[in-house]
Design a protein around this ligand. Structure first.
Ligand code: DC
Length: 228
């Protein structure tokens, strides 16, 4: 019997564990996982490195023509990693320097059109889990399962701080908090595709849930949709 393949979208606020859940779900279901935020981060890296004036439409359009993004599966980390013009940038794009500019760049119409077109192509065969901000509302509005993730601010700041501190012990909790609040504000107030819960999304608040508990919940929802 051929098992039905579905599309699962995971949207939500910054640092509420979307990618952790998405990776675990993908492993359980043997689905492809795509981190759409990594695409906006890689574009930001390219713009910064090449001193692109992103307030200039023509410069943005020309720059996008020179950007090739690809996800390549890494056996060791057991996840796909993003490549910008054949360079693995999976780790550099997690830097706070990128996080400080990414929301501004992700709000640009041309940038979104560029990323969304590629995301929709990746979902053609279904059997995909994509996380981001507009995946259930814009990229895959007909997805079978849409999850909207949230968690208390303090918990999210603490989680992101721990993650970044491992790489950069000079980072402060205050810096992380300011960045998170700024991104959440910009991502949910921009004109094009702002972060918002799709009407048919289920809410997953993981403030008091362990990784295993949230996985059990999400896996239950997914299996129900696959059965239908
Ligand atoms: O998921 P993340 O924190 O790596 O995403 C980085 C930024 O990219 C986020 O602050 C907003 C933007 N983004 C977006 O606008 N739309 C998406 N689908 C995913 C991310």
């Amino acid at each position: 019997m051929v098992t039905k393949k579905i599309i699962i979208t995971i949207d939500g606020w910054s640092s509420c564990g979307k990618s952790t859940l998405a990776k675990q779900l993908a492993k359980e279901l043997n689905y492809l996982y795509v981190d759409s935020g990594a695409m906006y981060r890689a574009i930001t890296l390219y713009f910064l490195r090449n001193h692109i004036d992103w307030t200039d439409k023509k410069e943005v359009k020309d720059a996008l023509k020179n950007i090739n993004l690809e996800f390549v599966y890494n056996k060791t980390s057991n996840a796909s990693e993003i490549y910008l013009n054949d360079e693995n940038v999976e780790y550099v794009i997690r830097d706070l320097v990128i996080a400080e500019k990414v929301s501004e760049i992700a709000a640009i119409k041309e940038v979104r059109e560029f990323a969304v077109a590629q995301q929709q192509k990746m979902g053609k065969q279904k059997g995909i889990i994509m996380d981001g901000r507009d995946i259930g509302t814009v990229v895959f509005p007909k997805a079978e399962l849409k999850i909207f993730m949230t968690a208390d601010n303090a918990v999210r700041v603490e989680r992101r701080f721990k993650e970044l501190y491992e790489k950069n012990p000079n980072i402060t909790l205050e810096e992380v908090k300011t960045n998170l609040e700024m991104r959440d504000y910009l991502d949910s107030h921009r004109q094009i595709s702002p972060l918002k819960k799709a009407d048919d999304a289920v809410i997953l608040d993981n403030t008091h849930l362990s990784e295993e508990q949230q996985l059990v919940k999400a896996l239950g929802w997914a299996k129900e949709k696959i059965k239908k």
